[in-house]
Design a protein around this ligand. Structure first.
Ligand code: SAH
Ligand code: DHB
Ligand code: MG
Length: 225
C-alpha cells in the first residue's frame, strides 16, 4: 500500500469520523489514559467502534462477550449500544491492561455494566461454560490472533441461535492470503477462517477495512436459527 493511499484512507477516516463517530469526554479520556500508560495503540478506530455499536444495536443484544479488553476503548463503544439491563463480560490477560480499562469504564460511569475478567481467555471462557452462564447475543473476538481458532470453539459453546460473532484484524495488511507466512497471528486467522467456513452452525462473511489504522478487516458470523 502506497503512502499516498494511506494518507487518503486516514483523511477519509477523519472526515467520516468527525461527522459520524464524534468523540466525547469519556472516549477521549480513555485514549489519553491508554497513551499515558503506554498501552499499544491497537484499539479499534472511532468509526470501527461505532460500527461495533451499530452491530450490537441491530442485533438487539443484551449480553455481550469481548475477548481482549486492552484499555476498554472498544468496550466503551459496545456498552453504549446496550439497554440499561445489558451486560458485558470482557476478558483480558494482562492485569495492567485490565486495571486501566476498569479505571476508564469507571470514569465513563458504566463499570456497573462491565465485568472484566483477568487471565488467559481460554481459562476464562472455560470458567464461563462451567458456570453455565446465559448465552451471549454478541461476541467480539480481539485478543491474540493465534488463539482465534480456540476462541471460535468457546464462542459457539457460549452462543445461541442469532448470536453474532465478530472477529477483528482478520486481514492484517493482506497477509492473511499468505499460506506459508510463519507468523502465528496469520496462521491463527487462517485456521479461524477455515473453521468458520466449515462450520454448519454459522453463516459468515469478511469485510476488508482501510482507515487511520491501515488495512485490515472484520469477520462476521451469525449462529443460524
Ligand atoms: N479490544 C481492544 C483491543 C484489544 S488488543 C480495543 O479495540 O480497544 C488485544 C488485547 O488482548 C491486549 O490487551 C492483550 O493483552 C490481550 N490478550 C492477548 N492474549 C490474550 C489471552 N491469551 N487472553 C486474554 N487476553 C489476551
Ligand atoms: C494487533 C492487535 C489488535 O487487536 C489490533 O486491532 C491491531 C493489532 C496486534 O497484535 O498487532
Ligand atoms: Mg483488534
Amino acid at each position: 500500500m502506497t503512502k499516498a493511499a494511506q494518507k487518503v484512507w486516514a483523511n477519509v477516516d477523519r472526515y467520516f469520523g468527525e461527522k459520524l463517530a464524534p468523540s466525547d469526554p469519556a472516549l477521549d479520556a480513555a485514549l489519553a489514559a491508554n497513551r499515558k500508560a503506554k498501552l499499544p495503540a491497537i484499539d479499534v478506530t472511532p468509526l470501527q467502534g461505532k460500527f461495533l455499536e451499530l452491530l450490537v444495536r441491530i442485533s438487539s443484544a443484551r449480553r455481550v462477550l469481548e475477548i481482549g479488553t486492552l484499555g476498554g476503548y472498544s468496550t466503551l463503544w459496545l456498552v453504549r449500544a446496550l439497554p440499561q439491563d445489558g451486560h458485558i463480560v470482557s476478558l483480558e490477560l494482562d492485569p495492567r491492561h485490565a486495571e486501566i480499562a476498569r479505571a476508564n469504564l469507571q470514569n465513563a460511569g458504566v463499570s456497573d455494566r462491565v465485568d472484566i475478567r483477568v487471565g488467559p481467555a481460554t481459562e476464562s471462557l472455560q470458567a464461563l461454560v462451567t458456570e453455565s452462564v446465559a448465552p451471549f447475543d454478541f461476541i467480539f473476538i480481539d485478543a491474540d490472533k493465534a488463539g482465534y481458532p480456540d476462541y471460535l470453539g468457546w464462542s459457539l459453546k457460549l452462543s445461541c441461535p442469532g448470536t453474532l460473532i465478530v472477529a477483528d484484524n482478520v486481514v492484517r495488511d493482506g497477509k492473511v492470503i499468505e499460506p506459508d507466512n510463519p507468523d502465528p497471528n496469520i496462521q491463527g486467522v487462517r485456521r479461524f477462517t477455515d473453521l468458520v467456513a466449515a462450520e454448519p452452525r454459522v453463516s459468515a462473511t469478511a469485510l476488508q477495512t482501510v482507515g487511520s489504522k491501515g488495512y485490515d478487516g472484520f469477520s462476521l458470523a451469525v449462529v443460524l436459527r
